[in-house]
Design a protein around this ligand. Structure first.
Ligand code: XIL
Length: 499
C-alpha cells in the first residue's frame, strides 16, 4: 500500500486534519505517514484560542506544533475571522467599528505572532459570503453574510483582516476560505471580491474551496469554478476541507459495496480533475481520516473505515485511472420523477439532498392535480422553525428544460410564515398556506394550470432552506438539481408527471 503524499508529490501537497487526540495513536501515525501538512480541525478557531476576552489558550496548539515538528509536517492555520466558533466577547463587548478592529488586530497579532514562521498558509477569513445569491453577483458587497464582523466594522472588514495578517506575517500565504464555491453564484461573488481586492493591492493570495461534497456533486460545477478563479492573475487555489458524503447512507450501519464504489468513483473523478489543474492547486486537504471521527460521520465521507482499514475511496485516490478502469462509472441517470394523480395524491418524494457543508431541514412532498390546479404539499422536517426558514419552488410549466428562464418558468420562496416572494415574474393565481406541524411546518401550494393531459411533464425543483439560531442560512436540501443553478436554468429540474 503506497502513501498518498508520494502519489501526489508531483502535483500538490496532501493534507488532513489534526485533533489533540491524535498523537501517539495508530491514526495519528497514519496521518503523519500519508500527508505533508495538517490543519487543526478545531483548536485554532477563535473561540478555542481565546475563549474569554484576552484569555488565550495555547497548550493544545503548542502540542500540535510539537507533533508537526516531530513528524516533519507543515501546518495550515485555520482560522482567524469567522462568524462561527468565535468569541462571545465580540458580541458582548465590542459596540463600535474601532473596538471591533482593535479586537481583530489583537487576536491576530497574538495568534499569528506566536506561531509565525511555523504556519505555511492561513485561512484568514472564513465563510464571508452568503448562500442563495440571486441578484447581480458582481455587487459582492451586497452578498456578504450578515455576521457580527460585517455589522460592526462594515464591508471593509475583509480588506482590513488581510492587511493585518500580511503586516503580522509577510511569509504566510493568505487564503479566503468558503464552502459551496462550486455553486456558480457564490463562486462569481467570490471571484469579483477577490479580484477587486487584489487589484487594489490587498494581500489575498489564495482561494480555499472547502470541498464538502457529496456523491451527487457534479464534477463540472467544481471545474467551472476552478476555471473562473483561474482568471484572477496570480491566484492560488487549495481544496481545504475535502470530504464526500454518500447520499442516502445516513441510516446504514456500514456502506454497501455499491455505495462504497460510487463514492470511490467520485473521489477518482475529483483527483483526475485536480491533477489536470495542478498548476493552480497548492494543496488538497481532507477533512478527516476515518469515517467514525468525521464531523459528517453518519454519511461515511472519508477514505478509511472506522477500524482504519482503507476504503475503495483510498484506492481510488491513490490511482484514479486504474480505479476507473476497474470500476467504470454507470451511465448517468435521468432526473427524479414523481407522479401527480388526478384527484389523488401521488407518491411522496423527498427534498433531502443536503448540499451545504452544514446539514439541516429536509422535506417530504406530494403532488396532485384537480380543478385546474397542481397542488403541492411540502412537509418540512426541522428541529427548530425560524420565521425566515423557507421552501423555494422552481417551476418549468411547459417542461421544456429551457437553458434560461422563459415565460413558463417561475422561481419563488414561501416562508414558514407564508410570506411569498417572487424572483423574476410573479405567478398569477398562486395560492399558498402554511401551518406548523409536530415536526416542523407544512407548505401547501396551488399552482393554476389549465388544459392538461395525462402524461404531461412539468419541471419542478424544490429546495428547503434552514436557518441557524442567529438567522443565518445553515443548510439547503434539494430534490433533484445538485448543480446550484436552478435560479438561472430549468435544465436540471426534477419532473412531475400528471396522471
Ligand atoms: C467543523 C469541525 O469539523 C467540527 O468538529 C466542529 O464541530 C464544527 O466545525 N467549515 C469549516 C470548518 O471551516 O472549520 C468546519 O469544521 C466545517 C465547515
Amino acid at each position: 500500500m503506497g502513501l498518498l503524499k508520494d502519489a501526489y508529490q508531483d502535483y500538490f501537497k496532501m493534507g488532513n486534519i489534526y485533533t489533540p487526540k491524535d498523537p501517539g495513536t495508530k491514526k495519528g501515525e497514519a496521518i503523519a505517514r500519508h500527508f505533508d501538512i495538517i490543519t487543526p480541525e478545531n483548536i485554532m478557531k477563535p473561540a478555542l484560542m481565546q475563549p474569554k476576552k484576552e484569555e488565550y489558550l495555547f497548550d493544545l496548539a503548542d502540542g500540535m506544533f510539537e507533533f508537526a515538528k516531530a513528524k516533519h509536517l507543515e501546518v495550515a492555520g485555520h482560522t482567524l475571522v469567522w462568524h462561527q466558533q468565535s468569541l462571545k466577547w465580540l458580541e458582548d463587548h465590542a459596540s463600535t467599528r474601532e473596538e471591533a478592529i482593535a479586537f481583530m488586530k489583537k487576536h491576530m497579532e497574538t495568534v499569528m505572532g506566536r506561531y509565525k514562521g511555523q504556519i505555511a498558509a492561513w485561512d484568514v477569513v472564513n465563510e464571508a459570503i452568503k448562500d442563495d445569491i440571486r441578484t447581480d453577483t458582481s455587487n459582492w458587497r451586497e452578498h456578504l453574510r450578515e455576521s457580527k464582523w460585517l455589522r460592526l466594522i462594515g464591508d471593509d472588514y475583509i480588506k482590513i483582516a488581510f492587511e493585518l495578517a500580511h503586516e503580522i506575517d509577510q511569509e504566510a500565504v493568505l487564503y479566503y476560505n468558503d464552502y459551496n464555491l462550486n455553486y456558480s453564484n457564490k463562486a462569481e461573488a467570490t471571484y469579483y471580491m477577490v479580484k477587486e481586492l487584489r487589484e487594489a493591492g490587498v494581500p489575498i493570495h489564495g482561494i480555499g474551496m472547502q470541498g464538502h461534497y457529496h456523491t451527487n456533486t457534479p464534477l463540472s460545477t467544481v471545474e467551472n469554478s476552478i476555471q473562473l478563479f483561474s482568471k484572477i492573475p496570480g491566484i492560488k487555489l487549495s481544496f481545504t476541507e475535502l470530504d464526500i458524503t454518500v447520499t442516502g447512507s445516513e441510516k446504514n450501519e456500514e456502506l454497501t459495496e455499491e455505495q462504497s464504489i460510487l463514492q470511490a468513483q467520485k473521489y477518482a473523478g475529483f483527483f483526475q480533475l485536480f491533477k489536470s489543474h495542478s498548476r493552480l492547486i497548492e494543496r488538497v486537504t481532507f477533512w478527516g481520516f476515518d469515517d467514525a471521527s468525521s464531523w459528517r460521520g453518519d454519511r461515511f465521507p472519508n477514505l478509511w473505515n472506522h477500524d482504519l482499514s482503507p476504503k475503495h475511496s483510498f484506492e481510488a485516490v491513490m490511482d484514479p485511472e486504474g480505479f476507473l478502469a476497474k470500476y467504470p462509472p454507470a451511465a448517468p441517470t435521468g432526473p427524479k420523477q414523481a407522479v401527480a394523480g388526478f384527484n389523488a395524491w401521488g407518491e411522496a418524494f423527498e427534498a433531502s439532498l443536503q448540499t451545504t457543508a452544514w446539514e439541516g431541514a429536509t422535506a417530504t412532498a406530494m403532488a396532485k392535480y384537480n380543478d385546474g390546479a397542481l397542488t403541492l404539499k411540502v412537509d418540512v422536517h426541522a428541529n427548530q422553525v425560524h420565521a425566515n426558514d423557507y421552501v423555494t419552488v422552481y417551476l418549468d410549466l411547459l417542461g421544456n428544460k429551457s437553458e434560461t428562464y422563459g415565460a413558463d418558468d417561475f422561481h419563488f420562496t414561501v416562508t414558514s410564515e407564508n410570506i411569498v416572494e417572487f424572483h423574476g415574474q410573479s405567478l398569477d393565481g398562486l395560492k399558498t398556506s402554511t401551518q406548523m406541524t409536530g415536526s416542523g411546518y407544512e407548505v401547501q401550494l396551488e399552482i393554476p394550470l389549465s388544459q392538461v393531459e395525462k402524461g404531461q411533464v412539468i419541471g419542478l425543483e424544490l429546495q428547503v432552506k434552514d436557518c441557524d439560531p442567529d438567522g443565518f442560512t445553515q443548510s439547503v436540501a434539494k430534490w433533484n438539481d445538485a448543480s446550484g443553478d436552478s435560479y438561472k436554468t430549468t435544465a436540471n429540474f426534477g419532473e412531475i408527471i400528471l396522471g
